[in-house]
Write a protein that binds this ligand. Structure first.
Ligand code: SF4
Length: 416
């Protein structure tokens, strides 16, 4: 179900394709960059300075069969070298940061928790010395449920938001997704995170796992609700061509969940989590009041961010750039002082306006009516069909509109 699979910017860890309308965040490879063509004449406007930092950690202990993000397996012996390279890239790019201390830091992957707390501590010290970290920073680290012995170390360093790659609370679904942990270990990881002082915990969940049923998905959500995480990122499985799942799918041997069933899972989830008091603040993200991801909100609202490491993306409000994807290339580039940037694009004013519209519509903020004043008839039609709703001077997707978000956004974009 393409519409749901594409939902959400923050999809790097889940094998999810971003919407063709969305810019990449500082997160993972931008497969859509050819859709937002670079201008040949770079804007004379100055970009913004960043108060958000993304750090990519590519190490994983096994390859999930649905994943096509930038990760490596069996390369942990290069971790200290990689950390040195990250510190060097940070120093080289210090002029891209605001003089104000960082407001958000996000360690994503890959599997950042494959790094020992001492290694994360080394990075945080370098960040503090080079850029400065706000006393009320949101510092997120993505963690594997099997790395629970590291959690207290991260908390002691000041990491205050843990994002756990749970994916499911059903063992059969976890096995079909190729995950190493069991449901019991997932539950234990959340309990350890709580007991070590994390008061802001996200769990990632995937619907549409092979052979998953609406009932087993409901069981996963009910387990999640009973554990009361502060935030849930919930994505539909995407079958990417160049992955083991993609190859099985092309041979016809992957039992995929139908589009209709995925839609039913999504709609049921929206309703269930709303009844539990979770705010559906972005198409794929739900949070307790006050627990929305500040880092992702900054990206969705067009703030500047710097991404360090292999495959990381950066954005200054005008220009997007991305680093080389392969770990070996990244190390070689940084160590030879060549810089790790693989490419960049500068958005036109029109492209920025369109991106702002599409990103805004995906969040519960919605967009100002003035931003769609050129598409009044289309807006009215979408309101009549209960895809959009107007409240005062804001326009938002309805729950029904979220299911069909790409189509709704596509119609609006076409009418502007
Ligand atoms: S653990 Fe590694 S391989 Fe698995 S989904 Fe995350 S980044 Fe991909």
């Amino acid at each position: 179900m393409a519409r749901l699979r594409r939902a959400g910017v923050h999809a790097r860890h889940l094998g999810i394709q971003r919407s063709p309308f969305l810019p990449a965040c500082a997160l993972g490879p931008n497969r859509n960059r050819d859709r937002v063509s670079a201008t040949k004449n770079h804007s004379r406007e100055r970009g913004k300075l960043a108060t958000s930092l993304y750090v990519h950690v590519p190490y994983c202990e096994s390859a999930c069969p649905y994943c096509d993000f930038a990760f490596v397996v069996g390369q942990d012996h290069t971790a200290d070298r990689y950390l040195s390279a990250l510190k060097r890239e940070l120093a080289d790019r210090s002029s891209e940061f605001s003089r104000s201390p960082l407001q958000t830091i996000y360690f994503g992957g890959g599997t950042p928790s494959s790094l020992h707390p001492e290694q994360i501590g080394r990075l945080l010290r370098a960040i503090e010395e080079e850029i400065g970290i706000s006393s009320d920073v949101e510092a997120t680290l993505e963690a594997d449920p099997l790395h629970a012995d590291h959690y207290d170390g991260y908390r002691a360093l000041g990491v205050n938001r843990l994002s756990l790659g749970i994916q499911s609370f059903i063992d059969r679904d976890l096995r079909s997704l190729g995950r190493r942990h069991t449901a019991a270990q997932a539950i234990e990881a959340i309990e350890v995170a709580r007991s070590t002082g994390f008061e802001n915990i996200n769990i990632d969940l995937i619907f549409g796992a092979p052979e998953q049923t609406l009932n087993t998905w409901r069981n996963t959500i009910e387990h999640a609700v009973s554990l009361s995480p502060d935030h849930m990122s919930i994505y539909g499985l995407t079958i990417e061509p160049d992955t083991p799942f993609g190859r099985r799918h092309s041979r016809g041997s992957l039992p995929v969940v139908s589009d209709a069933d995925q839609a039913a899972m999504y709609e049921w989830t929206q309703d269930r989590l709303a009844r539990e008091g979770y705010e559906h603040y972005e198409i794929s993200n739900y949070a307790r009041p006050g627990r929305s991801s500040l880092h992702n909100l900054a990206c969705w609202r067009g703030a500047a961010y710097v991404g360090l490491g292999a495959s990381a993306h950066s954005f200054d409000g005008l220009r997007r750039s991305w680093n080389v994807r392969a770990l070996s290339d990244y190390l070689e580039k940084i160590e030879s002082s060549a810089g790790a940037t693989a490419g960049h694009e500068t958005l036109t004013a029109e492209q920025r306006q369109l991106e702002g519209l599409m990103l805004g519509l995906r969040t519960s903020d919605g967009v100002h009516t003035a931003s769609v004043s050129g598409a009044t008839t289309t807006v009215e039609d979408l309101v009549d069909h209960e895809m959009l709703e107007k409240t005062g001077d804001r326009i938002r997707l309805t729950p029904r509109g979220r299911v069909l978000a790409d189509a709704v956004c596509g119609r609006l974009a076409g009418a502007l």
